[in-house]
Design a protein around this ligand. Structure first.
Ligand code: NAI
Length: 329
């Protein structure tokens, strides 16, 4: 049969890992015809827990699961990786300043960038989920000589899916009737979920909604603040929905986005829409043949432009901070 695809998942013993790994091993991410070899990376203190997750994956008897390795060594974890999901990161601890957080994650993502460059498959696809995701991806790609920057992406698919779900609910159509939503910028509360080009069963979403105040005062803040609302309700951050979004992101990247629409992915800017070249920003993106491409030619009205400038300004400030720490090589 087909040779297995090697998928590395970091932070494998965490909450997202627990939801994500069974989905990958079942074939939901890469398709029902692709065997998968999993490599799980954890910190030494959590390797035992990751081994327990591996035991459970064995116990699922997934027909597509060709093997599982558990390690705390990045070189071993990324050996031959075709897909790398960088989920593990350092959460903000009590009294930790933003600079401390960037520094702690800088250490993780510089090391993982290097380990990817030295060990992963030449055409590895990297998805950074661990926060601050855009800037962690920026750090990793700057520390991975030889891997094209286009191979590093960060996850805004959860924000995108949240936006799709809110619009579907408001307009009473199934999510499959929603197209052309974009989440722009940073995976943070400054992100801009944009309905300007969206359609509902083929009709402009703004017309179907017919209520600009709903978009400005409900839709945009609800999507921006959804992560905090989940924490408030659940007492823990989004995990099943984050895992599902990671599956969607990689599946679309590898297998292609559906005809006639696009998705949102944070990718390295080429200057499109005035986003400074080199920033890892969320854009409207189509994928085919395993390559992503930023959708061109969308209108940005004054309101959209202003919102995009805010979130891109935040990304630029994060980049300047990590550059100042010497994390961009
Ligand atoms: P968690 O704390 O349950 O699990 C994280 C795991 O990563 C832990 O088991 C920890 O030991 C491990 N880890 C830490 N440093 C590591 C390293 N250097 N190498 C390997 N493993 C390491 O966290 P959870 O809920 O699974 O979330 C993971 C990350 O995803 C967080 O940073 C969270 O903020 C982020 N996130 C991002 C979303 C997005 O849309 N981009 C959505 C939801 C969460």
């Amino acid at each position: 049969g087909t040779a297995p695809t090697t998928v590395t998942v970091t932070g494998a013993a965490g909450q997202i890992g627990y939801s994500l790994l069974p989905r990958i091993a079942s074939g939901a991410m890469l398709g029902a015809d692709r065997p998968v070899r999993l490599r799980l990376l954890e910190i030494p203190a959590a390797v035992g827990a990751a081994a327990g997750v591996a035991m459970e994956l064995d116990d699922c008897a997934f027909p597509l699961l060709a093997g599982i390795d558990v390690t705390d060594d990045p070189a071993t974890a990324f050996d031959g990786a075709d897909v790398a999901l960088l989920v593990g990161s350092r959460p903000r601890g009590k009294g930790m300043e933003r600079a401390d957080l960037l520094q702690a994650n800088g250490a993780i993502f510089t090391a993982q960038g290097r380990a990817l460059a030295e060990n992963a498959a030449a055409d590895v696809k990297v998805l950074v989920v661990g926060n601050p995701a855009n800037t962690n991806a920026l750090i990793a790609l700057h520390n991975a000589p030889g891997i094209p920057a286009s191979r590093f992406t960060a996850m805004t698919r959860l924000d995108h899916n949240r936006a799709v779900a809110q619009l579907a609910r408001r307009t009473g159509v199934p999510v499959t009737g929603i197209r052309g939503i974009t989440v722009w910028g940073n995976h943070s509360a400054t992100q801009y979920p944009d309905l300007t080009a969206a359609t509902v069963d083929g009709r402009p979403a703004t017309e179907v909604v017919g209520d600009p105040a709903w978009i400005e005062e409900f839709f945009i803040p609800t999507v921006q603040q959804r992560g905090a609302a989940i924490i408030e309700a659940r007492g823990a951050s989004s995990a099943a929905s984050a895992a599902s979004a990671a599956v969607d992101h990689v599946r679309d990247w590898v297998l292609g986005t559906p005809e006639g629409t696009w998705t949102s992915m944070a990718v390295v800017s080429d200057g499109s829409y005035g986003v400074p070249e080199g920033l890892v920003s969320s854009f409207p993106v189509t994928c085919s043949g395993g390559e992503w491409r930023i959708v061109q030619g969308l209108e940005l009205d004054a309101g959209s432009r202003a919102r995009l400038d805010v979130t891109v300004g935040e990304l630029a400030a994060e980049r300047d901070a990590v550059r100042g720490m010497g994390l961009l090589g």
